[in-house]
Design a protein around this ligand. Structure first.
Ligand code: HEM
Length: 266
């Protein structure tokens, strides 16, 4: 009954307002914080390719739990984690959708408001909504592919996906969307919940804004450098599409074995 009263009159049965919108706001922030911090870790892991192919291979093996299982890593672990991230991603998107303008009139009011008050942080909100919308599609494609092909992550397999499977155009757009969305999101969270307010919130906001730009530029540079590295490997590896990477130590070990059986001195 109380649901019906609230449904028709917009107030709870004791005449108050529902606390649900505030709770949903908290969850939107919590899921956003998780995703924002996850993306920092994700970009650092993806950029392991800039150190060396062997290093990226080792990172991949570790994430598959190769230090636990004797017979090597289990890609299913990555699939399970990707599925978990996907669920958080969807929950965050559903919660954020509540804030988007839902018809032309609302959109027009929003645009007029943004232009009239000419306030930088309100403009940021608009970019946030736009990049978030882009990520609905591009992020879902990437997450689904990674979730269902977690066994095909590595220096060659990833590079093949980027070049031969044509993921690079999607990655360029997704990288731009995710880096702007993520750093604006984390900045807005800090301002909204006053995490670093201190004695002079105005001064803190200026510093946070500088930090936001630093983070955006840093992760965009790291992301594009990594993407360029995967593209280079992918082009060189095009004729051997599908072949899996063998770490240098493994190759050296096999060469030593062959030499041993043939009685050749190293
Ligand atoms: C557990 C979840 C995830 C895993 C395991 C994962 C894994 C990967 C891997 C291995 C790559 C390298 C290219 C490839 O193999 O295709 C990659 C690239 C990328 N991922 Fe993810 N990803 C995850 C979630 C996400 C999410 C949620 C986003 C953003 C919505 C995202 C955005 C990107 C972007 C933009 C690139 C290209 C970056 C570059 O090359 O610099 N990823 N990801």
């Amino acid at each position: 009954m109380s649901d019906v009263i609230e449904g028709y009159f917009g107030v709870t049965k004791d005449g108050g307002k529902s606390k649900l919108p505030a709770k949903l706001d908290w969850w939107q922030s919590a899921t956003g914080l998780f995703l924002g911090l996850f993306m920092w870790g994700h970009m650092l892991l993806v950029s392991s390719i800039l150190i060396s192919q062997d290093f990226m291979y080792t990172v991949t093996q570790m994430l598959e739990g190769s230090f636990i299982f004797e017979d090597g890593g289990k890609p299913i672990l990555v699939s399970i984690f990707a599925a978990f991230v996907f669920v958080i991603f969807i929950v965050h998107a559903v919660l954020a959708m509540r804030k988007l303008p839902e018809n032309y009139q609302q959109y027009k009011i929003l645009k007029t408001h943004i232009n009239t008050i000419d306030h930088a942080d309100t403009k940021l909100w608009f970019y946030q909504a736009f990049t978030g919308f882009v990520m609905f599609f591009l992020g879902s494609i990437h997450l689904y592919i990674i979730m269902t092909s977690a066994d095909k992550i590595g220096p060659y397999a990833s590079a093949d996906r980027v070049v031969s499977d044509w993921m690079w155009p999607l990655y360029i757009l997704l990288l731009l969307a995710v880096e702007f969305h993520g750093s604006i999101g984390l900045y807005r969270l800090s301002v909204k919940w006053g995490w670093f307010d201190g004695k002079n919130p105005r001064e803190t906001r200026k510093k946070l804004k500088k930090a936001k730009w630093f983070v955006t530029v840093f992760f965009l540079a790291l992301g594009f450098a990594s993407l360029a590295a995967y593209i280079k490997i992918g082009i060189e590896h095009q004729d051997n599409y599908g072949e899996r990477y063998k770490p240098t130590s493994h190759i050296n070990y096999n060469i030593d074995k062959i030499r041993e059986t043939q009685g050749v001195q190293a």
